[in-house]
Design a protein around this ligand. Sequence first.
Ligand code: AMP
Ligand code: GLY
Length: 456
Amino acid sequence: MEEIIMYPGEARQDALDWKAVQGQHITAVRRNILVLGSGGREHALAWKLAQSEGAHVFIAPGNAGTAQVGVNVNIKLSDFESIKDFCLKQEINLVVVGPEQPLVDGIVDFFKAEDALKTVKIIGPDKRGALLEGSKAYAKDFMEKYGVPTAKCFKVNKDNLNEGYVFLESVKAPYVLKADGLAAGKGVLILNDLQEAKDELGKMLDGKFGAASATVVIEEFLKGIEVSVFVLTDGEHYVLLPEAKDYKRIGDGDTGLNTGGMGGVSPVPFCTPEFLNKVEERIVKPTLKGLKSEGIDYKGFIFLGLMNDGGNPYVIEYNVRMGDPETEAVMTRIEGDFADLLTACAVGRLDEVHYAKSDKTAVTVMMVSGGYPEAYEKGKVMSGLDRLNNVVAFHAGTAFNAQNEVITSGGRVIAVTALGDSIEQARTLAYREVEKIHFEGANYRHDIGIDLMHWV
Ligand code: AMP
Ligand code: GLY
């Protein structure tokens, strides 16, 4: 009997001509997808997944933007039992974990241990795999063991503090101090003065970042320009997703405080085929080999935070998730059915799916609340969102008020992404539309992509 696969979706259901297909077996493919998280990254993931055949997307907890592409579900990411109940009740096929915390907390291990969840595919590493991000000391040992190029380092705790001082004296400024554990993106200090570095090292060990800094990794400072490279792996095979450049400082010209990311550009002109080939040979392959050797079954994203020093890549850090705001640029350049790609990843068959990326350039500009990354106010009513043309506005920190208006609810508020034939074209379009969005105190960088426009 010939099989026809039918996807739900109004047009296709209407088009089903029963007489014409009599005698054939019809399988309705419906994919219920749950995206975990509530930021711009999750809106971008949900937006892309919602374009897949038969996809019904749920986002927990989501934001005002994810509500446009799926159904928000009010579940806390730490509440694995409720996530499980929801997956079973709603017959979820695929779970995509946005942020690192649930991965580090073992959500994938939880899914694997529950018989009822055996058929639910989940994208993300288990607890051991998540250590690549959850412990910088572990990640450094891993890189050393498997020959992945990275900065020289020394690990310090209260027992070997003096040796830590000696290491600091042996390297040149600037001094890089990293809390071993997750510290909400704030656990890295870069200091120019040796005495200050020693003092801060002491403070970190005394709990400056809580338990996360009970161990501190001191690193040699790497020179160069940063880029985020994203790998999707099923443990055996991998694809390189589009890379992106993140703009981390709050102010134009890379000035002021560090933020979660103020914008992004993809592709990145200095990521030439030659550079990316080095990334694959020197970093991706040894990393995957290492994971296998350690017996870690890794199915998910690996975000390589890289430094390009004179055309050679060095790992600054591993993350076990996609980047934010990089995802808001990257998702607009992935072609084809993303749910197919992730499903293939979850079942170890990434080599069997067709994957392509668009040649267009994506520029993402993040609008943030006044005062961010320090104290800022929430609850500002947003306007202009209904007047946007030819861009995608990914919501990062938004919510609805009692009148159903979209209001700000975070430091990073909305990421406007435009595609163009060049950085210049995408920039012009992105900024034209950013100017239409208003909320009290709105701030954004004006120079996203400028440094890359005439890259030689
Ligand atoms: P991380 O939280 O590990 O991403 O570090 C935050 C930022 O600090 C990175 O994005 C880099 O800009 C910078 N950084 C971290 N480690 C180094 C290093 N070894 N050399 C130079 N810059 C670094
Ligand atoms: N944009 C950097 C990060 O997601 O960690």
